[in-house]
Design a binder for this molecule. Structure first.
Ligand code: ATP
Length: 131
């Protein structure tokens, strides 16, 4: 998912290009204004964290671009392409390492396991939106 800051900064094309060039197949794509309820469900594991309210404000601050990607090892590979959560610790060459500086504005989200990937596709997309 391209987060609101990534959309506002015009980085959607660049982020999609990196996944396409790696060799993954796009199976779902939409611009979407996330509700507070959906944001809280998506980040429910972080509910006790001090930054949780700010995270919900951030994710609902503007439209996001939801993407579903398919390919061999796509979840682990996407995490590598995206880079560390804190952009200042992310390696150059990664999306966050090249394009962001703040942990609270880290431009992209990636599922952290194939199981969560399936759950998140179910949360963010209708069945008919996945090709
Ligand atoms: P994501 O789930 O967005 O791909 P992640 O798996 O790399 O990120 P998590 O630890 O799950 O990292 O945190 C989820 C999101 O919460 C981060 O991407 C970031 O936007 C925000 N976040 C995490 N830690 C902090 C923090 N210390 N301060 C502010 N925001 C934070």
């Amino acid at each position: 998912m391209v987060k609101p800051d990534g959309v506002q900064r015009g980085l959607v094309g660049e982020i999609i290009t990196r996944f396409e060039k790696k060799g993954f197949k796009l199976t779902g794509l939409k611009l979407f204004q996330c509700s507070k309820d959906l944001a809280e469900e998506h980040y429910k594991d972080l509910k006790g964290k001090s930054f949780f309210p700010k995270l919900i404000d951030y994710i609902t601050s503007g439209p996001v671009v939801c993407m579903a990607w398919e390919g061999v090892g796509v979840v682990a590979s996407a995490r590598k392409l995206i880079g560390s959560t804190d952009p200042l610790k992310a390696e150059p060459g990664t999306i966050r390492g090249d394009l962001a500086v703040q942990i609270g504005r880290n431009i992209v989200h990636g599922s952290d396991s194939p199981e969560n990937g399936k759950c998140e596709i179910g949360l963010w997309f209708n069945e008919a939106e996945i090709v």
